[in-house]
Design a protein around this ligand. Structure first.
Ligand code: KG4
Ligand code: ZN
Length: 356
């Protein structure tokens, strides 16, 4: 089963070809990603209109490159998958229209993929990992803990009630006059900082409901920065270190709660797995804190390589293949879903509505 996957939900234009050889058994034949970082950098964040135009300009070339690199033509494909949501509407429409047109022209099944599902299933492709497993998704747009019970069966445990963690890193960097994207900048400055010098709050930590909140931390950091202005380089480093330390504590505590709540999903005695995805997972302090928590809690970790943790077409192709294998094909009238929770049963987190 050979599937082409197209990803245009945010600021990466991506296409990939993946072959599915069996349950949790796949191979990437090509994976072409064009990041729009340069276009968005002057604005310190993703500008939706610029993103949509950039997708239009290069998606056809990216798809051609992915097919060529894989050594396949449209006729060799078993299906064509594209991200249908959640994400920025303009970009989603570009990917969907392209995928549907190709599917119609080549008379192939079309698969509308949920971007979160694609992140959640990636460990099947990279590590041969089959459900059930617990999933932590931490990116610029999403912050969630999920229980993956099977393909198409997801239980959302925790979500952010305000900002995503990556977004909080980006806003912190912007506030401190550092570059975009903010995560790697904050991490670099934090290396020479003293976190203990600046006490910051850890919103939601210790609470029974398993959600995340970053807004109070961001506000506290802004107040600290304003009080200390003009900032020396050491001040910036200390603020970054304090922010990173607070995020580590928040992630560990919230994930610990998710582990408690997902206890019943695992067969006792069998290995319990935690899968991690999203750009924030690249942060070394956060990754180390996660590894410590997993070891303490008796979880094994599955972390895809960085280029498959961040947005890419291979995860869309793989999720499409997993769906196709189960006969879950979509009609050409499938509309973009800028909001598309993976778990439709999950109650909205109080104060949410934005990222839930
Ligand atoms: O998964 P991703 O590439 O794109 C989506 O948002 O879908 O994640 C990008 C996010 C950005 O907010 C970026 O600042 C954050 O991941 N990030 C990091 C690090 N590298 C990237 N955050 C903290 N530390 C890092 N080293
Ligand atoms: Zn993503």
């Amino acid at each position: 089963m050979i599937v082409l996957g197209i990803e245009t939900s945010c600021d990466e234009t991506a296409a990939a070809v993946v072959v599915r050889e069996g349950e949790a058994n796949g191979r990437i034949l090509s994976n072409v990603v064009r990041s729009q970082l340069a276009e968005h950098r002057p604005y310190g964040g993703v500008v939706p209109e610029i993103a949509a135009r950039a997708h239009v300009e290069c998606l056809d070339t990216i798809i051609e490159a992915a097919l060529a690199e894989a050594g396949v033509g449209l006729t060799d494909l078993s299906g064509i998958a594209a991200t249908a949501g959640p994400g920025l509407n303009g970009g989603l429409v570009v990917g969907l229209v392209t995928a549907k047109t190709l599917a119609l022209a080549a008379d192939k099944p079309f698969l509308a993929v949920n971007h979160l599902e694609a992140h959640a299933l990636t460990v099947g492709l990279t590590d041969g990992r089959a459900p059930p497993y617990l999933m932590l998704l931490v990116s610029g747009g999403h912050t969630q803990t999920l229980l993956v019970e099977g393909v198409g069966r997801y239980r959302r445990i925790g979500t952010t009630i305000d900002d995503a963690i990556g977004e909080a890193f980006d806003k912190t960097a912007k506030l401190l006059g550092l570059g975009y994207p903010g995560g790697p900048e904050v991490e670099r400055w934090a290396l020479s900082g003293n976190a203990a010098r600046i006490p910051l709050p850890r919103p939601m930590v210790g609470r029974a409901e398993p959600h995340f909140s970053l807004a109070g931390l961001k506000t506290a950091l802004r107040q600290r920065a304003e009080a200390a202005a003009p900032l020396s380089a050491q001040d910036v480093s200390d603020l970054c270190a304090a922010f990173e330390a607070a995020v580590c504590d928040i992630v560990v505590d919230r994930l610990d709660r998710a582990m408690e709540l997902s206890e019943a999903a695992f067969v006792s005695g069998a290995p319990r797995w935690l899968a991690v995805a999203g750009g924030v997972a690249a942060n070394r302090s956060i990754a180390a804190a996660l590894a410590r928590l997993a070891a303490t809690r008796g979880f094994r970790l599955s972390v895809p390589p960085p280029h498959l943790c961040t947005d890419n077409g291979a995860m869309i192709a793989w999720a499409g293949a997993e769906r196709l294998a189960r006969g879950l094909v979509d009609g050409l009238d499938f509309a973009a879903r800028p909001r598309w929770p993976l778990d439709p049963e999950a109650p909205a987190a109080i104060g949410a509505g934005v990222k839930a």
